[in-house]
Design a protein around this ligand. Structure first.
Ligand code: ZN
Length: 702
């Protein structure tokens, strides 16, 4: 029996002794006090029950106790909590003599082993807390588990709320115009992000903040929706979004000024006065706002995307042809000053609720490419090709649509594990997520569409694909920004010939402004909603029942914050190797090295399996990793890759530019001799997609 089990047995035993003593107290004569051992008078049990003697405790002998055991009785809450449960149990049979307790150390003893037990129990309680948070285990299930574990883990509290540090209430206020709002606090969130043990290090003393405001429907059966205000610190190591405030109601907030009032007041104060972190004042700057088009219109107080003069970047007015379309690409651009002065009356519906923040309402509201390009333009193109919407001249035949779906599905084994979703049939396009449209635009589309679309249509699609790839790539975004802008303007101008002028909806028109936003705010992912979308999904999952949705989220967030340090420590594992094997290939001079199947680097997994074994070297060669070597299991900094390059690598396409300029190659399936590559020579992980008798290599952007 392990020491822990013995200690637990003794804990149980002692509780039973105490219960028995309590029961016997009534019948114990006062003169029995003389039997109490003076040496144990410091014990809580014996002190409080000093009228009882161990001789009065009657148990049936069964368990033999030979070695000195350190009985562990932990905290007060445990002492008080466990009685009720123990009364329901049948006491184990044991042989207890007063002499058996001579070597026992009761509450308050300072032995090392007891400290160790305490630490171990505390660790276990922490791990249960972390587990419950990680898998969003309902409180009722956690409490039930705790009742099962309690006899073996006395440090456990009695209910899930205590274990998870669930707050008892939160401050939710009713808005005058309907709905509820809870302001969690911007300063509080920033301090928690920067001070807590999350390894977050700010690179400068100026915090650059990015905000997101968006609506999330909660249930299919009701109109109940959340409108969280999220924030992330752009220039921190850990830039995970956190919640500043949450609105919940049956409709979107009726009055943006009322909804945003507390946020605007606090953000404005921080922007003026900075924030104190560990005694040091940090300046606070607003980097940008990231929202979808309807939410941008809502928080800026401007026309909705379906209205006239709704373009946030230019003064194009729009024509009505069954819907509002924007045909021209050369209208004068809007400026922050003109916006503040509300110079274009047709653009505004009221004063901007964010005016006190002094943000550039044109330049600092980037056009989010997740909604604009992925869910907007790419979905529209796919729907035009598949039907039944869009002009007939753009529609593909049923056979071509089926072939497109088959080609996509056949690529599944070649899709790296970095993608959450594998390609699926075009017939399910209405259910595709934004990441699937992004995957189609940047990787699979250029391969599968090649012999399905007409040459003109394919070249037109490639204008968009290449432009977005350039703008999404931090390496190319700024240096090729003008070129990408030209491609996008060309894409918009040529669209009418292929798809008719009905394609000139808000999303397609706004493509011509995308490059300018990249110039102001950085590569597309610097101001995309992809990061915030994950957080919104997490918040939605925190709601387990329809009642009190805001309270549920606040409670879950607090619980998560309490167990954050443990979770983050595990997430910060930067470099590791896994799955040792001995099947080679290995060059002779590296035979003493250990071999592995998988290398986990920060944000990237390279393995020997199909789909995850292709990289681009810093010299620009597409290469296949055949083995992962390390001098020892502990020396993973010296990891070497056994690689083979492709015998031939040429441009995969030449329109609108030679693809090799972007690191995209068509490669043969013949490989060179094996060679060794240090990890520092890996520039990118790539996806290797089969095309007839060869492959196309695309460097991963995400
Ligand atoms: Zn415009």
């Amino acid at each position: 029996m392990s020491k822990r089990k013995l200690a637990s047995s003794y804990s149980t035993l002692r509780r039973q002794v105490r219960a028995q003593v309590h029961a016997d107290l009534c019948s114990v004569a006062a003169d029995d006090c003389s039997n109490v051992d003076d040496d144990e008078s410091g014990d809580e049990f014996l002190t409080t029950n000093s009228t009882a003697s161990m001789a009065d405790v009657e148990f049936v002998p069964n368990i033999s106790l030979c070695d000195p055991i350190h009985i562990h009785l932990s905290d007060d809450s445990y002492e008080g909590d466990d009685n009720a449960g123990d009364h329901n149990n049948h006491p184990p049979q044991c042989d207890l003599q007063s002499s058996d307790f001579a070597d026992c150390h009761w509450v308050g003893s300072d032995t090392d082993s007891e400290d160790t037990d305490c630490d171990e129990e505390s660790d276990l309680v922490g791990q249960i807390n972390e587990w419950a948070n990680k898998y969003a285990i309902p409180h009722v299930a956690v409490t039930e588990l705790m009742h099962v574990l309690k006899p073996h883990l006395p440090a456990l509290p009695n209910c899930a709320r205590t274990l998870l540090c669930t707050p008892r209430n939160c401050s939710v206020k009713q808005l005058k115009n309907g709905g509820e709002y809870c302001h969690l606090g911007l300063a509080k969130g920033l301090q928690e992000m920067l001070i807590s043990g999350t390894n977050t290090v700010v690179q400068t003393t100026c915090l650059k903040l990015q905000f997101n405001v968006d609506g999330v429907p909660l249930f299919k059966s009701s109109n109940l929706a959340l409108w969280p205000i999220l924030c992330r610190i752009k220039n921190a190591d850990n830039s995970e979004p956190f919640v500043v405030g949450i609105y919940c109601g049956n409709e979107k907030p009726a009055d943006a000024t009322e909804f945003l009032a507390e946020f605007v007041a606090e953000a404005s104060d921080l922007a003026d006065n900075g924030i104190s972190i560990c005694g040091e004042i940090n300046r606070v700057e607003i980097h940008s706002f990231v929202c979808d088009a309807p939410a941008r219109a809502f928080v800026k107080g401007i026309k909705c995307p379906s209205g006239y003069s709704a373009c946030e970047k230019c003064t194009e007015h729009g024509d009505y042809q069954n819907k509002v379309i924007y045909r021209h690409t050369d209208a004068p651009l809007r400026t922050n000053i003109a916006f503040d002065e509300m110079a274009d009356e047709n653009h505004h519906v009221g004063p901007c609720p964010l005016k006190p923040l002094k943000v550039g309402c044109v330049s600092q509201f980037g056009l989010d490419y997740m909604h604009l390009v992925c869910l907007g333009v790419v979905r529209r193109l796919l729907l035009y090709w598949k039907g039944p919407v869009g002009p007939l001249c753009a529609r593909l035949g049923r056979r071509d649509v089926d072939r497109l779906s088959q080609k996509l599905v056949l690529l599944c084994p070649n899709i790296p594990s970095d993608f959450v979703r594998k390609p699926r049939s075009v017939s399910e396009v209405m259910r595709w997520k934004a990441t699937e449209f992004r995957q189609f635009l940047l990787y699979t589309g250029p391969v599968v569409l090649q012999d399905i679309l007409s040459e003109k249509m394919y070249h037109h699609f490639m204008l968009l694909s290449v432009a977005v790839r350039i703008l999404a790539c931090p390496k190319f975004a700024l240096s090729f920004c003008d070129y990408a802008h030209e491609l996008l303007v060309l894409f918009v101008n040529e669209a009418e010939q292929l798809y008719g002028n009905e394609i000139y909806v808000y999303n397609v028109h706004c493509l011509i402004h995308l490059a300018n936003d990249v110039r102001n705010l950085g590569a597309l992912d610097e101001f995309s909603a992809f990061t915030f979308e994950n957080k919104l999904g997490q918040l939605k999952k925190m709601i387990r029942k329809p009642q009190y949705p805001i309270q549920q989220i606040v409670y879950r967030l607090t619980e998560k914050q309490k167990s954050k340090s443990v979770i983050c420590d595990q997430a910060n594992e930067n470099l590791s190797v896994k799955y040792e094997h001995s099947t080679g290939p290995v060059l002779a001079q590296y035979r003493s090295y250990r071999q592995y199947r998988c290398l986990h680097a920060k944000n990237c997994n390279i393995s020997l399996s199909q789909g995850n074994n292709c990289i681009l070297t810093t010299e620009g060669y597409p290469t296949v990793v055949q083995n992962i070597l390390s001098p020892s299991a502990d020396d993973i900094e010296q990891v070497l890759l056994m690689c083979q390059s492709f015998v031939t690598a040429e441009d995969a396409f030449s329109h609108p530019l030679p693809s090799s300029r972007l690191g995209i190659y068509k490669v043969s399936n013949k490989l060179t001799q094996l060679f060794v590559l240090p990890l520092c020579s890996v520039a990118n992980k790539c996806t290797l997609l089969p095309v007839k008798d060869s492959f196309v290599v695309f460097p991963l952007l995400h």
